[in-house]
Design a protein around this ligand. Sequence first.
Ligand code: ADP
Length: 485
Amino acid sequence: MSLRVLSVASECVPLVKTGGLADVAGALPHALAPEGVAITTLLPAYPKVLAALPDAVPLRRFEDLFGGPARLLRGQAAGLDVLALDAPHLYDRPGNPYLSPQGGEWGDNAIRFAALGAVAALVAREGAGGAPGFDLLHAHDWQAGLAPAYLRFGAGARRVPSVFTVHNLAFQGKFDPAIFPRLGLPPQAMSTDGIEYYGAIGYLKAGLWYADRITTVSPTYAAEIRTPEAGMGLDGLLRGRGGALSGILNGLDTRDWDPATDADLPAAFSAVDVAPRAANKRALQERMGLHPDPGALLFGFVGRLAWQKGVDLVLGALPAVLGADAQLALLGTGEWGLEEGCRGAAWANQGRVGAQIGFDEGLARLFYAGADVILVPSRFEPSGLAQLCALRYGALPLVAHVGGLADSVIDANEMALAAGIGTGLHFSPVTREMLESAIGRAAQLWRDKPAWARLQVNAMATDVSWRRSAAAYAALFRDTAAHAG
Ligand code: ADP
């Protein structure tokens, strides 16, 4: 019999997205269906969500949900079973889910996401529209962090277990403790052994504290966040709950990301017929104003231009790239100083460095399908998609040995080469010097054409789909449900 799971998140592809959380929330229902897990997704009814659910039907009404009337609607979109919390006083606004059009955070975010958590707990316990309650609640990130707390203190004998998933520990949902009386939680919840967090109220902390199990998006990130360096103030709690914490790597939608069918590529190719890939490299060199030299090792970088992503290290390592007679293509958008740095590098090294500032998914796909190496020198990376796209499209990922990057790429060291199992290159610690050294290793490997071809085939043969991770979530859900009580 299928396990019925209520997933609660603030974002879900394709209805509403600001970050990777939306990709995971949108992918898991499809990936887990073959595992016998039926997921219903509860979302705030932002205008975009309502627009995507034209046939939604009301299941339940709330006369006063944190200051206004609300309805719970049920609809289907893109193969997802969706419950939308239609509370116009909380969610019917322009701007993105968290920010006003002027860019500031909505002043009542604490209440907006308390409502989401409270309704999630209620629906998980009681069900909706005549359907029974759920077997398990899966809450994502701080916006859903109060759901496990409301479950713990809710009325009724039925105990619904919960799993809380952290997509990025940097976003913590910290609020003024003065709002506590409005949350409807009992006084004992406002303590260090509860939702209190350094004198404030922490929604992420609440999820970490009250959920039966905690997951994050890669095994290495799950280990890193237990340390003071990466724990962002929560490492003590995470060490204390270490037995309940695990990491499950994110997957890639391999139907959408397929070099054999990708309409954005001039030439289709696959692991068994890599030769046409050369036409994509030529096209990428042309688009980026690089010399059309098939023999030049082409490094690419695609990503947010932010400190986390280490593009400053790439710019610092430029002499190593140029010294190896290689080329560099940069695609990204973000901090002004980094954008200027990319533009400046291209201007000073015409024909050998190219930069495009902006967000362009078609061009990103050409990067993965045309570059020889994709650089991912992130200072921290909970899971990471860029390296999975690179593997799938036959560009060797050269990655910092952190988080999901460490878990998804096999370094082509001596032993891996001897065993024929490498898929990319690692460097550690995350410094310019170590990046330069890895760039040197890549240049050396590039000269050994049979070794390179082998690594490329290995990369493309890597299973970057959701298959393994879906099985891991299903096993975790079943285990959590079996041990609840
Ligand atoms: P994060 O979510 O932290 O930004 P990820 O590696 O998890 O990083 O996901 C980033 C995704 O967004 C990748 O698929 C990458 O190709 C894509 N991306 C990032 N910047 C750009 C850009 N400027 N243009 C097109 N795609 C981009």
